[in-house]
Design a protein around this ligand. Structure first.
Ligand SMILES: C[S@@+](CC[C@H](N)C(=O)[O-])C[C@H]1O[C@@H](n2cnc3c(N)ncnc32)[C@H](O)[C@@H]1O
Length: 211
């Protein structure tokens, strides 16, 4: 039985260890790579399960979990937000690699980055791509058949089309281009992409994929 670690930031959440499942609300939203939740206007919403693997975040997730292998039952979520790192091989202390400092603290120290992006976690392009591949495979299992996956991507190192090629079993529904200067640096574009499962991946896939 896996111990699920409940963080202090998630008051009111029902976290159970029965079958290694987290549950308790009828329909749920997952943030699969929550980081410090800098992208949100409202930082703590009870129906959102925030997960991340980085233990040093200043805003702790609901549970620490790897989004490529989660403790959730098949088809638990109706919406998944996925904002993966979009760079690799950085050293801790460089821009976007300091998880335990608030934007205000970063500013005071003269560091221009205002968010933790996890650019030190994956060491190569291949590692990052393998992570994204495994994560989307897990999302096919834990997303409801009529659920939506929202991918956030910045094309600083890898063009969006190369990333979307990984999402073979998904219909791309909407591509939003974000023009906010805090989201899109120089000529590099940030996107939000909305997807749903392709038909063949909507039934009993979870059981199949766990096998
Ligand atoms: C671009 S940041 C997310 C920023 C966040 N959306 C925000 O608003 O601040 C990417 C996050 O993915 C997390 N991450 C990387 N690999 C992960 C994995 N295997 N499972 C869960 N989270 C992961 C990193 O720790 C980092 O917090």
């Amino acid at each position: 039985m896996v111990e699920i670690q409940k963080s202090r930031s998630n008051i009111g959440w029902a976290v159970g260890t029965d079958n290694n499942v987290v549950g308790g609300l009828p329909s749920l939203i997952l943030d699969a790579t929550a980081g410090n939740r800098t992208m949100y206007e409202t930082k703590n919403v009870k129906s959102i399960v925030y997960i991340d693997i980085q233990k040093r975040l200043y805003r702790k997730p609901t549970i620490f979990a790897d989004c490529t292998r989660t403790p959730f039952r098949d088809k638990t979520f109706h919406t998944i937000f996925f904002d993966p790192p979009h760079d690799w091989g950085s050293k801790y202390g460089n821009y976007y690699t300091i998880p335990d400092l608030t934007p205000r603290q970063l500013k005071k120290m003269g560091i221009k980055a205002t968010a933790y992006y996890g650019h030190e976690i994956y060491q190569s392009r291949m590692e990052l791509i393998a992570f994204i591949y495994k994560a989307q495979k897990e999302f096919l299992r834990i997303l409801q058949d009529d659920g939506l996956l929202w991918l956030k991507w910045n094309d600083y190192r890898i063009p969006l089309n190369n990333i979307l090629a990984i999402f073979k079993n998904w219909h791309i529904l909407i591509i939003l281009r974000i023009n906010d200067p805090t989201q899109t640096i120089g000529t590099h574009q940030t996107y939000w992409v909305c997807m749903c499962k392709k038909e063949g991946y909507q039934t009993e896939l979870g059981a199949y994929m766990r096998g």
